[in-house]
Ligand binder design. Structure first.
Ligand code: BGC
Length: 768
């Protein structure tokens, strides 16, 4: 204590002003050591414990917060130490835009934020420049609404199509996940605000997410579940990472030093702060020791606990200091520390234009027989499906943005100069208002925060026959909603409901009988079953959940104003059970907090499939799929030149020239897959290692794409040796339009085996 007082004295003496008056010690980027010395243990502890959250129930009852001070509706804050000039900072959700309270008591202003396309939509653009640009717009709203950190990107792997939060995440593949997350993070952070990569790690299911122990082999962890985070950390220097709710191979991730310190900091070089997901009090000392710097949302009792444990010697003060130092290093970067005068007036109009355009680039054209799309010679459309009139911009939960409006498809088509047949519109609109007026109990799918969807309206065959006579064509929207706290079910969710099947069958039958076409729009955040009905319509457009301009974005694609260039970032299987993970996934669609026990897939989940996630399984085993990973059509066609692969000092550079061979301008995504030579471990038939997208180019034009892959990225993880190993031999490099359409190939030869040893940590705690 004596030493500390002496240091504080020295610090204040050093700050003696020109008139001999001692100035107060105040936090600056270059005096963090002094501040640390000046902080009492109570103050240091308070930096590690987030601000109280009035809406938070406490204990293990995880509820998403809404702070009332600073920025109302933000998820949380950090605490201030005002005597040393340490300000509080504000953390707000993400990912599809900033989530804050749109209206505030006693205030006539509104604070709506732009609802951008969800994660699956952004990733499906395979366009890192576009994602960075969207990130920039989102980050600008974070800055201008007075927050310091956006709790995004969500970047867990789509282990199963049934995970309720897949809409917030990007892909079944870690390279897509990592590169898209890095682009998003760089875009947000371009504004001088931070991101939080979440949820670290293996938060693969919502069912019992705060209790489940995800049992994953070190190899699957390293190659699949951690890889995306590794890529994003190394390519975007995120300010923060959010540890997940779940346990991973034993301890909660929030208390796991092997994960948060050995891997994240020591191996990958992460130098920001780690915060918990919103759980309240758990094992505070274990969290501090593990390197989990910030506990959210905070409770005073956690501060007392830290202080008492330091005093009793149970917790080393040095561990508290490490976290406190990182908190201060974080705080000095924030706009709030810098005194930024936010406007509360971001340019919502400009951002609406960004979301409208970017959503079209994530849309995936799944089918387009006889060039049904873009629409030609169509004036009057019969618009089927309740979702056409009630479009879904984004999923539910903390990822739901309080947006000013959502453009539905009716509005979008009308805005594009098309006519939606009036009597059918009237039918749907009166059903919609009837249903909306009914009680909560009559609703399906909504599950908590965010938009609920209405059950599909059955339409009689007679009414459909009439429509087929009076309209030029039909558009049907199939809508799906999912979100935080719940996983999806197979029946009536992944699979279509009977009413939806009937609608698709009757509408295609009736319209085809009149020689008229039918287009299905899928408005979803995650995968749905398509194999059983995709032969029926003439075209299928996967719109994802495209943000607040949704109806306009879809209309832009239907009319050909925009040429779709999205591709799937996950396999669309024939059946949900085709995924090997389905054998070890909660299939009930039930959520539950605070469950304790020994129930498989609830209290613990065995990732028995290891690295056989998504196309790694389907392609290696030749299993039929409905649409493969990477698939997506365009209104034009492309040819690929013979590729060139040049070996460099530490990997290779590849080039392929793409030519637009069709009749309209478009963009193509080229995926680089690598088939590795044999080694000590079994390897998938091929793995995505890089991708690139052309600019929009005209018919007849060409563009050469460049891909860079280093040798480390070619390695597989050998868990017996705890080494990444790139075996010597020939690597077959395939350039694909999707994972099953490899257009051209070249070889890369590695003369000697390379190994990259890492720490032997995170062992599975149950047999797999
Ligand atoms: C979610 C996080 C979110 C946090 C704060 C949690 O329930 O899992 O993704 O950032 O709440 O709202």
């Amino acid at each position: 204590m004596k030493t500390k007082k002496a240091l504080v004295l020295a610090a204040s003496l050093a700050l003696t002003g020109p008139c001999g008056m001692a100035q107060d010690l105040t936090l600056r980027p270059d005096n963090i050591d002094q501040i640390l010395d000046a902080l009492t243990i109570e103050e240091k502890a308070s930096l590690l414990v987030g601000g109280r959250n009035e809406n938070f129930a406490g204990g293990n009852n995880a509820t998403v917060g809404g702070t009332r001070d600073l920025v109302p509706g933000a998820a949380g804050t950090t605490r201030s130490v005002s005597r040393l000039g340490v300000p509080p900072t504000v953390l707000a959700d993400g990912p599809a835009g900033i989530r804050i309270a749109p209206t505030r008591p006693g205030d006539t202003e509104t604070y709506y934020a732009t609802g951008f396309p969800v994660g699956t939509s952004l990733a499906s653009s395979w366009n890192v420049d576009l994602v960075r640009n969207v990130g920039r717009a989102i980050g600008n709203e974070v800055l201008e609404y007075g927050a310091d950190v956006l709790l995004a990107p969500g970047m867990n792997i789509h282990r199963s199509p049934l995970c309720g939060r897949n809409f917030e995440y990007y892909s079944e593949d870690p390279v897509v996940t990592g590169l898209i997350a890095a682009a998003y993070s760089n875009g947000v952070q371009d504004n001088g605000v931070g991101v939080s990569l979440k949820h670290f790690a293996a938060n693969s299911q919502e069912t019992n997410r705060t209790g489940v122990d995800e049992i994953v082999s070190p190899r699957a962890l390293r190659e699949i579940y951690l890889k995306g985070f590794e890529i994003a950390v190394k390519n975007s220097a995120p300010w923060t990472v959010m540890s997940s709710y779940n346990k991973l191979n034993g301890p909660f991730t929030q208390e796991n030093g092997e994960l948060l310190t050995t891997v994240l900091r020591d191996e990958w070089g992460f130098d920001g702060i780690v915060m918990t997901d919103w759980i309240g009090q758990r094992n505070t000392a274990a969290q501090v020791r593990a390197g989990n710097d910030l506990m959210e949302p905070g409770q005073d009792v956690q501060i007392q606990e830290i202080v008492e444990k330091v005093k009793s010697g149970e917790l080393a003060e040095a561990d508290v200091d490490k976290c406190a130092r990182r908190m201060l290093e974080y705080i000095v970067k924030t706009p709030r520390f810098k005194g930024y005068k936010y406007s509360n007036k971001p340019d919502l109009k400009a951002h609406a234009a960004i979301t409208r355009q970017s959503a079209t680039e994530g849309m995936v054209l799944l089918k387009n027989n006889d060039n049904t799309l873009p629409l030609k010679d169509v004036e009057k459309i019969s618009l089927f499906g309740i979702t056409s009139y009630d479009f879904i911009a984004g999923g539910t939960g903390s990822g739901d943005v309080n947006k000013p409006y959502v453009v539905d498809l009716l509005e979008g088509l009308t805005g594009a100069g098309l006519e939606a047949e009036g009597s059918l519109c009237d039918l749907y609109l009166s059903y919609k208002s009837y249903m909306e007026n009914k009680k909560e109990a009559d609703r399906t799918g909504g599950r908590g925060w965010g938009k609920e969807i209405l059950p599909e309206m059955p339409v009689s065959r007679t009414a459909i026959d009439k429509q087929a006579k009076i309209s030029d064509m039909a558009v049907i929207t199939i809508g799906r909603q999912a979100g935080e706290g719940h996983d999806r079910k197979i029946d009536d969710d992944f699979n279509l409901t009977d009413v939806e099947r009937r609608m698709i069958t009757d509408v295609t039958d009736a319209f085809h009988a009149q020689g008229k076409k039918v287009v299905v729009i899928i408005n979803t955040g995650g995968v749905v079953e398509t194999a059983s009905w995709k032969s029926l319509p003439d075209a299928i457009l996967l719109a994802w959940q495209p943000g607040q301009e949704g109806g306009n974005s879809v209309a832009d694609v239907l009319t050909g104003k925009e040429n779709p260039s999205g591709k799937l970032t996950m396999t669309w299987p024939v059946a949900a059970m085709d995924h090997p993970s389905s054998l070890n996934f909660p299939l009930s669609g039930n959520a539950g907090f605070r469950r304790r026990g020994e129930r498989e897939n609830v209290d613990y989940t065995l990732h028995k499939e290891g690295i056989n996630v998504g196309y790694r399984y389907f392609d290696t085993n030749g299993v039929d799929v409905s649409y493969p990973f990477g698939f997506g059509m365009s209104y034009t066609t492309f040819s690929y030149s013979k590729p060139v692969v040049k070996a460099g000092k530490d990997g290779f550079e590849a080039h392929v020239t793409v030519t637009n061979t069709g009749a309209v301008a478009g963009k193509e995504v080229v995926q680089l897959y690598v088939s590795a030579p044999k080694g000590d471990v079994e390897k998938p038939v091929h793995e995505l290692k890089a991708f690139a997208k052309t600019r929009t180019f005209a018919p007849g034009e060409s563009q050469t794409l460049t891909f860079k892959v280093d040798n480390y990225s070619l390695a597989s993880f050998n868990e017996a040796k705890s080494e990444w190993i790139a075996d010597k031999g020939v690597y077959a490099i395939g350039f694909g339009a999707d994972s099953r359409d490899i257009r051209c190939k070249a070889d890369y030869r590695l003369a000697k085996t390379l190994s990259y040893p890492v720490n032997n940590v995170l062992a599975a705690t149950r047999p797999l």
